[in-house]
Design a protein around this ligand. Structure first.
Ligand code: SF4
Ligand code: FES
Length: 377
């Protein structure tokens, strides 16, 4: 008798945290979970759907596979990276319903924070940092790490970007941006293990038109915008959707204003923190739009950007607040605040030889201004 061949199913049924969805074969568990949304979607620090090859580095997206498929319902022996594991028909996955996953995630946060400085109060990424959110959601109150943290000098990567290697979690997203969006990559991850670091070869500047997108994909504050650094906290700014006719990019951006002043320009991000797509293409923006169009009159304003209610940016209720009159200079002999408080000039908090964790009690001016700037013993 002639065997009849069965057509492969067009959709796979997968159950994640007791919710069943149908997705196309070849979909990762992470993307299937994202189609359900909310807490069912595992956190992702290195995966970025618009960057080919990303994922598989940070392990924050680990999930438990309780049944592999209808054909082979055995559980997978270890937790798997959901960004790198595709669904099978009949697969049963546990994310927030798995104690193993919750426990593993806690340890992964601890691991990611081993070398990460706790400098959220002065970090420009505060308020929109994936690692900050992850630590609040899953972190422990302390660390068991007893060794010296890695210390690095800050490095300028071209005229617009500064790298704080101490904050980098080696997710590789910025190197994928450089590889896939710019015509030549001049930076990468050098060395391995404890010594791995992002660097440019002989500190070459990255001056490509799309290099600024590295700032947007960095999940932490390791790559920051030099035109915005230390100028304002994101929750004091009012995000507005705006566009302009640009011959290099889509020209669709978010302006971060205070009053009429544009403090920074970023791409528009979706609910997963990724750049939004237009006509099926990611809305990466060029450096001209990002760094050179800093006047409201350069843009056609579409309206206020919707920000998630959970975000500190909207929780602070500062959106819509007008810029107050500047009284600082009036009471300080006409001096402008930035002349009084350039953080680089007044604080050596990131100097490699000052190890904050070894100072007893809070670090004060005395630690940094004792003439010799020696490390506290
Ligand atoms: S600098 Fe940022 S984007 Fe680049 S590898 Fe480090 S954490 Fe990832
Ligand atoms: S998001 Fe899956 S390993 Fe990083």
């Amino acid at each position: 008798m002639e065997e009849t061949k069965k057509d492969p199913p067009q959709f796979f049924k997968v159950t994640i945290d007791n919710i069943t969805v149908e997705v196309a074969p070849g979909t990762s568990i992470l993307n299937a979970a994202r189609s359900i949304g909310g807490d069912v979607a595992p956190p992702a620090m290195c995966y970025y759907s618009k960057l080919e090859g990303s994922g598989g580095k940070c392990r924050t997206c680990l999930v438990e596979v309780a049944a592999g498929s209808t054909a082979d319902p055995r559980p997978m022996p270890k937790l798997v990276a959901s960004c790198r594991t595709n669904v099978m028909d009949g697969m049963i996955v546990k994310n927030i319903t798995s104690e193993k996953v919750i426990d593993a995630r806690k340890h992964i946060v601890e691991f990611l924070l081993l070398n990460h400085p706790l400098d959220c109060p002065i970090c420009d990424q505060a308020g929109e940092c994936s690692l900050q959110d992850l630590s609040y959601g899953h972190g422990d109150i302390g660390t068991r790490y007893e060794f010296q943290r890695r210390l690095f000098e800050r490095e300028d990567i071209g005229p617009y970007i500064q790298l704080h290697m101490t904050r980098c979690i080696l997710c590789y997203r910025c190197t994928y941006v450089a590889d896939q969006l710019t015509d030549k990559r001049v930076h990468g991850i050098l060395d391995r293990g404890e010594h791995a670091e992002i660097s440019t070869y002989i500190s070459k500047a990255i001056d490509n038109d799309f290099s600024g997108n590295m700032i947007d994909v960095c999940p932490v504050g390791a790559l920051t915008d030099r035109t915005f650094r230390f100028k304002n906290r994101v929750w004091f700014l009012k995000p507005l959707d705006a566009h302009r006719d640009c011959d290099k990019c889509c020209g669709k951006v978010t302006l971060w204003n205070r009053g009429e002043e544009v403090y920074r320009v970023t791409s528009r991000k979706d609910k997963w923190g990724e750049v939004e797509s237009y006509d099926g293409k990611p809305g990466w923006i060029c450096n001209t739009c990002r760094f050179e169009k800093k006047k409201t009159s350069d843009w056609i304003i579409e309206g206020p950007r919707k920000i998630s209610r959970q975000s500190v940016i909207s929780a602070g209720h500062y959106v819509g607040v007008k810029k107050p009159n500047e009284i600082f200079s009036a009471v300080h002999d006409g001096r402008k605040p930035r002349l009084l408080m350039d953080i680089h000039k007044v604080s050596e908090i990131n100097e490699p030889h000052i190890e904050l964790s070894r100072i007893e009690g809070p670090a004060t001016g005395a630690v940094f201004n004792n003439g010799s700037n020696q490390q506290a013993e």
